[in-house]
Design a binder for this molecule. Sequence first.
Ligand SMILES: *[C@@H]1O[C@H](CO)[C@@H](O)[C@H](O)[C@H]1NC(C)=O
Ligand SMILES: *[C@@H]1O[C@H](CO)[C@@H](O)[C@H](O)[C@H]1NC(C)=O
Ligand SMILES: [Cu+2]
Length: 160
Amino acid sequence: MASIKIVALITMVVILLPTIAMATEFIVGDANGWKPNFDYQAWAKDKVFHVGDTLVFNYPSPPHNVFKVNGTGFKECVKPTTNDQPPLTSGNDKIELKTTGNKWYICSTSNHCALGQKLNITVMEGPPAPAPSSAVRGFIFSGYQVFMAAIVGVFIAVAA
Ligand SMILES: *[C@@H]1O[C@H](CO)[C@@H](O)[C@H](O)[C@H]1NC(C)=O
Ligand SMILES: *[C@@H]1O[C@H](CO)[C@@H](O)[C@H](O)[C@H]1NC(C)=O
Ligand SMILES: [Cu+2]
């Protein structure tokens, strides 16, 4: 019985290990925050964004805000109607990247977007690559792995 328990424990560790994936928190613009007259394309250029990572927009509110838009809204600096989708306005907005693909964000105040207060990124599949040292890290468990760990846990309990 003891050996069954050990096998079960090892199995659990093997299942859980790869799930302890590092998620990165990206401070948009770093110390510059979210503002006009900053090149967010250059800021994003050397970064790789993964599902599970988080974007943090820091800015004074008012005047700024964050609207998630589509490619057209990004290119033409047009915000969605506020009824469809209210902007983020907290000044410390955290957006978790939940899906892969292109994402676009703009500030809708005055001509800020045209002045460069716009960000577009491409989100890749997780798990994230090792993050730059400046990034804040966290732990993510996927539902599947928690489920598998629970099953192994039950197995241990029964075997004991
Ligand atoms: C982009 O978003 C705008 C505003 O929300 C919408 O009217 C338009 O149909 C969208 N365009 C595409 C290509 O999805
Ligand atoms: C962002 O938009 C610019 C201009 O439209 C484009 O050249 C660039 O490839 C886009 N970057 C990403 C990551 O989608
Ligand atoms: Cu603004």
